[in-house]
Design a binder for this molecule. Structure first.
Ligand SMILES: Nc1nc2c(c(=O)[nH]1)N[C@H]1C(S)=C(S)[C@@H](COP(=O)(O)O)O[C@H]1N2
Ligand SMILES: [Mo]
Length: 428
């Protein structure tokens, strides 16, 4: 090995350099093509890769549903590893059917309303300010809902396997940007300011009310995602990132923040993001922003097939909008007994946390499920506990109460049948 390599080096030195010099031009690349086992950009079928591609043998992708007024892409959680979602696989939800294309040189973020000095920031202005990088998940609060079309409980050919279809509206990235508190200090808050209305530059001008207390805590105006500019689907060039809150607060293509003294109950908030409660005489539950403790086993999960009895690592993701995951328990016998799963480092606040448990499958029917406890001691509920809590009755016997519940964080059982096929066992 060693002598070979130094032999090649000697060849390069004497062959390529001398040949190049002899030709009158120091063209080292041309000389290198004489060495057959040295890869060169030209040897790559697609030429020079200024932006890398994955192996052609890897084809995991987002599934999607596109309507006239919405676009939804789902993260393939069954193929996920670690806690970071590659940006091209981040879930995506937009309430219109075309992505805005924003020229970063023209784009401005304007902060106005109850402030001393209304200001407009360009992307370059923002990049000059003190930045933070933090790993946070986003989750649509309709994720893993039921009684609806958003989270089908079967494998949907457009979307993918059930864990992708049901749970694929959550993803986790490292976000970089300027703390919103820094920008609010620049503009100067006036007395009585208590809420912000943030608005996007998309065709629909998505806008959402955000309590000032949260804005001054850990909200950031993000311009980067996993080390590169925020993706167009995620709000290029700027998005609000509101850790732990329902993802609709994280306004994409962010263009305006108006400082006000009350929530505005905007169309986007009340249109399809409220839960009507029978026990409150039909009133809605609004501004229920924090996402709850939750977990799901991603492998094995419905749609996958175990090749036979023997050893498997059970793996999945857990998260909580309130902070860090403290514990994940896994049951392989339908909830009769539970074992503590291993939490893989890093375990970060308001971020996906990877858990694993070693398991030897004996070839008999088994029901696998996980249960998360967060730093506040909140334990993931069963479906029955969840329905009782929110006064939701699921099933065909009660059509009058049937509704699309939000913030669904019920324990998810997957049934492994004797032939190794895995199914969703939430309702059967
Ligand atoms: N400007 C704008 N921001 C938006 C939306 C939108 O349609 N327009 N959708 C919201 C909703 S409902 C969700 S779930 C999240 C999804 O974020 P993502 O697409 O980056 O995953 O963006 C939120 N921010
Ligand atoms: Mo959403």
């Amino acid at each position: 090995m060693h002598s070979n390599r130094s032999g090649r080096r000697r060849f390069l030195k004497h062959g390529a350099v001398l040949a190049a010099l002899a030709a009158g031009t120091p063209d080292l690349a041309a000389g290198q093509s004489e060495v057959p086992d040295t890869p060169t950009p030209e040897a790559h079928p697609k030429g020079v890769l200024t932006y890398g591609e994955r192996s052609r043998f890897v084809n995991s992708g987002r599934g999607f549903k596109v309507g006239i007024s919405h676009m939804t892409y789902y993260t393939p959680l069954q193929d996920s590893a670690g806690i970071i979602t590659p940006a091209p696989l981040h879930f995506m939800q937009a309430h219109f059917a075309r992505l805005p294309e924003i020229d970063p040189e023209q784009h401005r973020l304007t902060i106005h309303g109850m402030v001393d000095r209304p200001l407009s920031f360009s992307l370059e202005d923002l990049k000059r300010l003190p930045s933070v990088s933090r790993v946070h998940y986003l989750e649509c609060h309709g994720n893993s809902s039921y009684n609806d079309h958003i989270s089908p409980r079967v494998d949907d050919p457009r979307v993918g396997l059930p864990v992708q279809s049901i749970y694929g509206l959550t993803s986790c990235s490292e976000w970089t940007g300027v703390p919103l508190s820094v920008l609010l200090k620049e503009v100067g808050l006036q007395k009585g300011a208590s809420w912000l209305i943030s608005e996007g530059a998309d065709a629909e001008k998505w806008h959402y009310s955000l309590p000032l207390e949260k804005a001054l805590d850990d909200v950031m105006v993000a311009y980067a995602q996993n080390g590169e500019p925020v993706r167009p689907e995620q709000g290029y060039p700027l998005r609000l990132l509101v850790p732990g809150f329902e993802a609709p607060y994280s306004v994409k293509w962010l263009s305006h923040i108006k400082v006000v003294d009350r929530p505005y109950m905007t169309r986007d908030e009340n249109g399809n993001h409220t839960t009507v409660r029978a026990d409150l005489g039909g009133k809605s539950r609004w501004y229920h922003w924090e996402m709850p403790q939750k977990s799901v086993i991603t492998r094995p999960s419905a749609g996958l097939k175990l090749p036979g009895p023997g050893f498997y690592e059970i793996t999945g993701l857990a998260w909580s909008g309130r902070g860090a995951v403290h514990r994940v328990e896994v049951s392989t016998d339908g909830g009769r007994s539970w074992k503590d799963a291993k939490l893989q480092a890093p375990v970060l606040r308001k971020a996906h946390t990877r858990f694993t448990l070693d398991w030897t499958w004996d070839g008999e029917e088994a029901v696998l499920q996980s249960r998360c406890t967060d730093e506040r001691g909140e334990v993931q509920p069963s479906l029955a506990e969840l329905n009782r809590h929110w006064d939701i009755i699921s099933g065909p016997d009660h059509p009058e109460k049937k509704q699309r519940p939000f913030h669904v964080n019920a324990i998810q059982p997957w049934r492994v049948e004797k032939d190794g096929s895995v199914y969703d066992a939430m309702f059967s």
